[in-house]
Design a protein around this ligand. Structure first.
Ligand code: CAA
Length: 290
């Protein structure tokens, strides 16, 4: 099966790896510029090189995986895809435009899936001449086991079933979710990160204290502020804003500290600074003043 992954950023790279690691899957990794698609593939190759250095994978295994990922433009390499997983910028217009363009490029039986983290699948599919389904991966997408499979109002049941089957084929566990802002995981997880930012803002504890408390007290693999940096504070903010806008419920009010950090470009790991500063030697230090 050939999968077109649209967007070669963090999620796109992880999704590309999730498919390419499985025999029988090839990936077209696309972005709006050829060099951005190639940049995404370069990062994938570098990540695997570290695993070879650590003895986790052989060079032969890595060559097989990376050899099945072709970077490029969707108009050049997606015509024969069997499945599209869109992981473009989390913006309704961008996603709608992307699917309308793909409609003209892809063969008729290609399934269209979106990796949106909170937007309406029904609205994403508006004006597209074939159904759109949600196929929501979790970061790091090549390692996390869950895929939320989301049916929009116009998504036929057989498409949902096909996506569940593909999810299982690539070693994931699908959970079917009805359309709702944030679906299941982000409706719970992102308000938790948001609450941790409020706790920091109110001075209840410091960054490391909050993270340690949740790691040791709730057995979470990462603390909520560390996780916010990992997911990207811009993504967390966008999801909080969708939850608030869709429900009108003040419990989803975004923490002003996160909004301020996003405005200042402190987005977390991807910009090298969020609640922590990420050092070149892969260590991190909590930021004193936010
Ligand atoms: N093959 C073989 N070995 C591999 C491998 C691969 N493909 N990838 C990694 N490994 C190895 C590593 O080299 C490492 O080996 P060592 O222990 O010998 O160094 C080992 O596997 C473990 O790797 P890590 O140390 O990187 O992993 P970890 O155990 O520390 O876990 C993590 C990292 C998975 C990120 C974990 O911290 C975690 O689960 N964090 C929470 C993530 C989370 O909540 N994600 C969801 C975010 S929300 C979201 O994504 C949705 C959205 O829409 C915003």
């Amino acid at each position: 099966m050939k999968v077109g992954v649209i967007g070669a950023g963090t999620m796109g790279q992880g999704i590309a790896k999730a498919f390419a690691q499985i025999d029988g899957y090839t990936v077209a990794l696309c972005d709006i510029k050829q060099e951005w698609a190639e940049g995404g593939k370069d990062k994938i190759v570098k990540g695997y090189a570290k695993l070879v250095e650590k003895g986790k994978l052989t060079q032969e295994e890595v060559d097989k995986i990376t050899g099945s990922i072709t970077p490029g433009l969707k108009e050049d390499i997606c015509a024969d895809c069997d499945l599209i997983v869109e992981a473009a910028f989390e913006d309704m217009t961008v996603k709608q435009t992307t699917f309308k363009e793909l409609d003209a490029i892809c063969k008729a039986d290609c399934i269209f899936a979106s990796n949106t983290s909170s937007l309406s699948i029904t609205e994403i599919g508006k004006g597209v001449n074939r159904p759109v389904v949600g196929m929501h991966f979790f970061n790091p997408a090549d390692r996390m086991k869950l895929i939320e499979v989301i049916a929009g109002v116009n998504t036929p049941a057989d498409i949902v079933e096909k996506i569940k089957k593909i999810s299982e084929e690539i070693g994931k566990t699908p959970v079917q979710v009805n359309e709702a802002a944030g679906f299941v995981v982000n409706r719970i997880l992102i308000p938790m990160i948001n609450e941790a930012a409020f706790i920091k803002m109110e001075g209840v504890s410091d960054i490391e204290g909050i993270d340690s408390a949740m790691k040791l007290g709730a057995n979470h693999p990462m603390g909520p502020l560390e996780l916010g940096d990992y997911v990207g504070l811009d993504i967390c903010l966008a999801i909080m804003d969708v939850l608030y806008k869709e429900t009108g419920d003040s419990k989803y009010r975004a923490c002003p500290l996160i909004r301020k950090m996003v405005r200042g470009g402190n987005l977390g790991c991807k910009t090298g600074k969020g609640f922590y500063v990420y050092n070149a030697d892969r260590t991190k230090t909590a930021v004193d003043k936010l």
